[in-house]
Design a protein around this ligand. Structure first.
Ligand code: FES
Length: 102
């Protein structure tokens, strides 16, 4: 089910808005015109990936520097071997909605 998690005006390219939900902390950012959402947990060892550096559509974990593609969650280098959990997003008026469990 899609849930409203942010306003479009709150999400900017190069910055991550973190929203705590009942199930997970979810990072939301903008890559070009696309809004992406992902669980704020590095799959290597649990670091808050939102504290990482965004570079060319990817994020680099601040702890051991694993790199993930933000739009797909794909783990691009060691030490991470598992992809980030990502979520479908959609825009509804001025709101960003993310598909999460209810
Ligand atoms: S916790 Fe992210 S790379 Fe190790």
């Amino acid at each position: 089910m899609y849930k409203k998690l942010a306003k479009l005006s709150e999400v900017k390219e190069g910055l991550i808005k973190v929203v705590d939900t009942k199930y997970a902390s979810i990072g939301i950012t903008k890559i070009g015109e696309k809004i992406v959402a992902f669980e704020d947990v590095c799959t290597h060892d649990g670091e808050a990936i939102s504290h990482g550096k965004i570079e060319s559509g990817c994020i680099i974990c601040p702890r051991h520097f694993a790199k993930f593609e933000l739009s797909s969650g794909k783990a691009l280098c060691m030490p991470a071997t598992e992809d980030l959990t990502t979520y479908q997003t959609r825009i509804s008026g001025e709101d960003i909605e993310v598909e999460i469990e209810d």
